[in-house]
Structure formats: C-alpha cells, structure tokens
Design a protein around this ligand. Structure first.
Ligand code: NFS
Ligand code: SF4
Length: 645
C-alpha cells in the first residue's frame, strides 16, 4: 500500500481536516487492512462451501488442495468468474430497470418520463431490426423496450441482440466459435453460479469460458442501458462545467447525486430547476447539484451537472460541511457515508429497494410519481440546509474546468465537420498517417491499494505525450475532470506534437465556444459500450478484425466486480486490457497464463497487470506500435501483391 494517500489537492485538504477532527475515512480503513492475507490476495482461498475457507498450502501434505480436492487453478478460476457474475448482474439489472421504464413510457403508464431522443430511437430500432416505416414513436419504443427485456429471459436460443447488432462480423464468428455467445442474460449469470458450485466444474478453462459468456452479458446489458437511457433522457452533447470539491457552493443548497441509475437523478435535475424559489425562500442563493460516481457522469453528460468527486473520496464531500443531501441509488456507495453524515446536518437519502443503509433516510423512489419523489428529496435538502452549521463549512477552493458530453454521436459530429460522408475516417486516417498512435479507453474505479488517482493521471499524461487519442468513462473520467485533463489546457500541457495537431484540426472544425479536452469523457461505466462502438467502427473502417485495431483499454485503479466484467468482455472482443492493481488470479500460474497469454491467441485481447503507471503506459504504447506496424506490413504486402498482378 502506498504511503501517499492521494494526488488530489482538494482531497488532501479534506483528509487533513478529517485527521484534525478525528474522523476515520476509507483511507484510514484501507491502512487498517494491511498487511493483507496472501491467500486472499492471490486468489487461493475458497469459501464456496461451508467446509471452507480452504487455502492452498503447498508444503503441507494434503494441503495443496481444498477439502473437496479443488486445486489452485480451480479455486482461482471460480473466484475470478464469480466477480464477473456480480458485475454482470449489476450492469444488466441496471439495463433492465431502464428497459422496463421505457416500456411503461410507451404504454403510457409513466407521466414523468418521455421519449426525448426520437432520432436515437429510430437508429436503435433499425440497428436491432425493428420496423420503423410508417409507425408511431410509442409503437416503436414499445418494440425496442420489449426486445431489450427479451434479452433477459428469452426461451428460444437466439444470440443476444445487442451483441449481434453491435459487433463486427469477424468478431461474432470468434464469439460463436469459442462457444461463449450468450442467448439469455439471466440464464448465463445463473449458470455461471451453478457451474462454480461445490463439486461442479473443476476445469479452469471451461470455468473461464463460462465467465466470458457472462461477461458478454455484462456488455449486452450495458449496451442496451446506454441506448435506452439516451432514448429516454437524450444523447449528450458537449457541455462545459467544473469538477472537484470546489464545485460545492457555500451559499447554495447542495445536493449530491451519487450512484449509477439515471432514472431518479434526471428527474431530480428537472425538479431542482423548478424549485429554485423554495431554496431562495429558505435563505439560500439557489440549488446546486453535483455528481459523484456514475450517476454524476450520467447527469454531467446529459445536463452539464458538475462533478464533486469520484469513488474513493465520496466521504470527503460530506466533510466540506456544506453538503445538505446526498441522494444515492445503487452501486459504489460506501456504507460509511451515514456515520459521517451524523456529525453534520447532511441527509443521506437512499432510494432503491435493493440499496439501504441502516439509519439513513429511505425514500422509496416511485417511477409512477417520479417528479413528486424528486421534489420531496429536494425539500429534505432545503430543510437540512436550514440546519447547516456555518462554522463547520470548509470547502476546498479547488476545481477545474470540464468539457464533457462526448457520447459517440457528439464525437462523430465533430469528425463530421471534417468528413461529412465518413466521419470515423478522420480518426483512422490520422492513425494510418502516424499522426496519432491509436485510441486508449480509460475505465474503472479508484483502488486504495495505490495512491488515489495517481495511476489514472500518470498513465493518461504518458499516453498523451505519445500521441494516443484518449477516451474515458467512470471514475477514471472523473479523476481527469478534477485534475484538469478535460479541457483545452490539458492538451497544451500534456499532448505530443501529433496529438496536438490532430486536436487543432478537430478544434478548427468543431467551432465550439471552448477548446476540446485532452481526454474525451464518454460517460458512465455502462457507457463503455460507447467506446466499444467506436472500436467497432474503427475495425469496420480499417477492414480489420478487432484483434488488429490500434485500440487498448486500461483500468488503472480497478476495484469493483463490474470492472472485472468490463475488462473480461474487452478481452473477448479483442482488446488488450491493462489493470493497475495486482489481481487475485496470480495464485494460479495456469489461470494467470490463460488470461494474460493464451487469451491473445484465442481472442486477440488479453490482460496485463502493471502497478507502475509509467511502465504500464510504455507497454500500452508498445502494443499500439506493434498493431500499427503489423497493419503497415499487411498493407505493404497487399500493395506488392497488387503491383505484381
Ligand atoms: Ni464503474 Fe461507476 Fe466508479 Fe468503479 Fe464504481 S462508480 S460504474 S464501478 S467505482 S468506475
Ligand atoms: Fe473447500 Fe472445496 Fe468447499 Fe472450496 S468448495 S471451500 S475448496 S471444500
């Protein structure tokens, strides 16, 4: 564990304050967990049945296997894929919730939601093969929602629609040949839990392939979540806002939107705009919404709401003393928020039936009465504001300008200003000309096994220096937002000459009121599907399978089960994936070799672990160089062959 806690100046100030007043934060708790148990750390501890925990003790006679006889490779493989099952459940359940909402909108059952982006609805309908000609918007929306819901429980063996309609043909062939193409999200996840039950599958390869199948369900669930959220709430366009704890305003009613599901937060944004008057009547200058984690990314992308902070520093937003309410939905919400809030006037409001915190205020969010639910929450915040203790307020004066909202559509719109007929060619041409080396996706969390945000920033600046085009989602994108990488100054500071030239061309064409950022913020973690769509477009344009395109992914501070699922489907879809923490597969050299080496032969994609951010960046650049070199050679060979004919 690193000695330095964070590279975030605002967070450092708040952590010093926490120390001063004797608060223990997640940073202290991370320290308290050291040293870690080697068995757990490397993945060779099994707790799958009640005879466990069984650990692999190679030197003890009889100890080199679990009580049932499970070897290290079985235990490691099972543990790993169970992370995937957890992640895929979270993402796909989120998608299901959105799909249900769209269905109910189409059926006229929900008055507070609408189809906002009909253009996207039409595009998605066409993509998945739903007739649009001469049909009404609600009719089409109903079919799209039904098709999405069918992914979860269809009884017929048909490949999942969002995978087949997004992936390239050559990639679909790989997925089918390797027998990992799912036909039913819920089935594959349940089957994976069955597969890894005590006394079931002990073949590590078979277990890993079962895991990849569930990982593809994670991809499918998030791809449909992105599409349907855009249909319901609009597809984001470039927005300018700010990020870091300095976005919290001393003179306003501050409400943090935290979690992942946009169904509630979108309505809170709407309600807040209508309730400025009530806040003013309470003596505040108005209502200030800020985002944390992926709910924050959702409302940033669509509504330009500022970012307060990311996962590891969520508690610190309360420590500012000016957070009046924190409204949470699902995922990545620390249970510790409640006890911290007790020392302040802050109201923690849980809203979802599967996410409650003992002692916090639970307001069951009801889609049928969404706007009233949202107003009730805002009134709680206004009431809390009245009880705020001004003496306790201490907001770090730290924030950066953020240019975000780069859904794939809005990014392509910029490319379109240069090449109206074939926008993606703007990117692939720049790669083929050697101006930029390729694309790197930054995804995932914070992990306090390292210094908060350090891996994100170091790897991104190193890649920028090496002319890599950068896109980001999740808490990685929020790290960049806070540290000033999501604005034009970031380009001047960190980009190499080639990347600078490419950006200059985009800036000239985009004609926005502000310069484009160094890293393009593509949204929340479910929006990794947007980045994958970008990769698929690159593959189609370059006439290559995904295994050959200069595209890499990195999760510099991966933490959640969802991150494991995302990384795994990236590998299955042909992408090299860096992870910046040591993962619990290293306890079995066999499993570790399969996911870091053999995976490349089968899928083209593979994992690599590297905790040193400079080394990780160098390796990512090397991979891009290698793919570019191979493509250039291939092109030369074709040209030579053509010349000989
Ligand atoms: Ni992704 Fe987004 Fe953050 Fe990690 Fe959690 S908020 S869904 S899981 S911690 S990036
Ligand atoms: Fe031990 Fe086997 Fe049970 Fe795992 S499944 S806890 S290795 S007996």
């Amino acid at each position: 564990m690193s000695e330095k806690r964070t590279i975030d100046v605002a967070a450092t100030q708040m952590l010093d304050k926490a120390k001063e007043i004797g608060f223990l934060t997640t940073f202290d708790r991370a320290k308290a967990q050291e040293p870690r148990c080697t068995f757990g750390n490397t993945g060779i501890c099994c707790r799958i049945c009640l005879q466990g925990p069984c650990r692999i003790l190679p030197k003890k006679p009889g100890g080199n296997r679990g009580i049932c006889g499970a070897a290290d490779y079985t235990i490691v493989a099972r543990n790993t894929v169970r992370y995937i099952a957890g992640g895929a459940s979270a993402h796909s359940d989120h998608g299901r919730h959105i799909a249900e909402t769209l269905l109910h909108v189409a059926e006229g059952k929900l008055k507070d939601y609408q189809v906002t982006d009909t253009e996207k609805l039409m595009r998605v309908a066409k993509k998945i093969g739903i007739e649009t000609e001469g049909r009404g918007v609600m009719e089409i929306a109903k079919d799209v929602a039904t098709a999405a819901l069918d992914e979860y429980g269809r009884m017929h063996e048909e490949d999942l629609t969002w995978i087949t309609s997004n992936c390239t043909d050559s990639r679909l062939e790989v997925l089918r040949k390797t027998n990992i193409m799912p036909t039913n999200i819920n089935l594959s996840i349940a089957q994976l839990l069955h597969q890894t039950h005590v006394g079931n599958d002990s073949d590590p390869i078979n277990i890993i392939f079962g895991g990849l199948k569930a990982a593809l369900c994670d991809y499918d669930g998030m791809a449909l979540a992105t599409d349907l959220s855009d249909i319901l709430f609009g597809t984001g366009v470039p927005v300018v806002t700010e990020a870091n704890l300095g976005a919290i305003k001393a003179d306003k009613v501050n409400i943090a939107l935290h979690g992942h599901n946009p169904l509630l937060s979108q309505i809170v944004v709407k309600a807040a705009r209508e309730m400025e008057g009530e806040a003013k009547a309470a003596g505040a200058a108005g209502i200030n919404l800020v985002g944390i984690c992926c709910t924050g990314n959702e409302v940033l992308t669509r509504e330009g709401v500022a970012i307060a902070t990311n996962f590891a520093t969520q508690e610190l937003a309360i420590l500012t003393g000016a957070m009046d309410a924190m409204v949470v939905d699902v995922q990545c919400i620390m249970p510790s928020l409640r006890s911290l809030a007790e020392c302040y006037h802050t109201k923690i409001v849980t809203t979802m039936p599967i996410m409650k915190i003992p002692g916090s205020y639970h307001l069951a969010f009801d889609e049928h009465n969404a706007i009233n639910s949202a107003k009730e929450i805002i009134r709680l915040a206004i009431d809390a504001y009245k009880k705020r203790d001004a003496a306790k307020v201490c907001i770090p004066d730290v924030k950066n300008t953020v240019v975000a909202g780069f859904t794939l559509e809005s990014l392509l719109n910029i490319f379109k200003q240069i090449n109206a007929d074939n926008p993606i060619k703007v990117l692939t041409d720049a790669i083929e000309a050697g101006e930029i080396k390729g694309v790197a996706l930054f995804a995932g969390c914070n992990n306090l096994k390292g210094t908060h945000d350090e891996n994100h920033i170091t790897i991104a600046t190193e890649l920028a220096k090496n002319d890599v085009f950068l896109v980001a989602t999740g808490c990685a994108a929020q790290a960049f937002a806070k540290e000033g990488l999501l604005n034009g100054e970031g380009v001047q500071k960190y980009a190499g000459e080639g990347l600078k030239k490419f950006h200059a061309r985009l800036n000239a064409a985009a004609k926005l009121t502000t310069e484009l950022p160094l890293v393009f913020h593509m949204g929340s973690c479910v929006d990794n599907s947007r980045a994958q769509e970008l990769a698929n477009m690159m593959a189609r344009e370059m006439g290559l399978d995904n295994r050959d395109i200069p595209y890499v992914a990195t999760a510099p501070e991966a933490m959640s089960e969802k991150a494991v699922a995302i990384g795994s489907w990236n590998v299955a879809l042909g992408n090299p994936v860096h992870v910046g923490v040591v993962v619990p597969t290293v306890g079995s050299s066999l499993v570790n070799d399969v996911v870091t080496k053999i995976a490349e032969d089968v899928f083209g994609g593979f994992f690599f672990w590297e905790t040193d951010p400079v080394k990780a960046a160098a390796r990512l650049v090397e991979i891009l160089d290698e793919r570019n070199w191979k493509n250039a050679m291939r092109k030369k060979a074709i040209q030579a062959k053509e010349a000989n004919q």
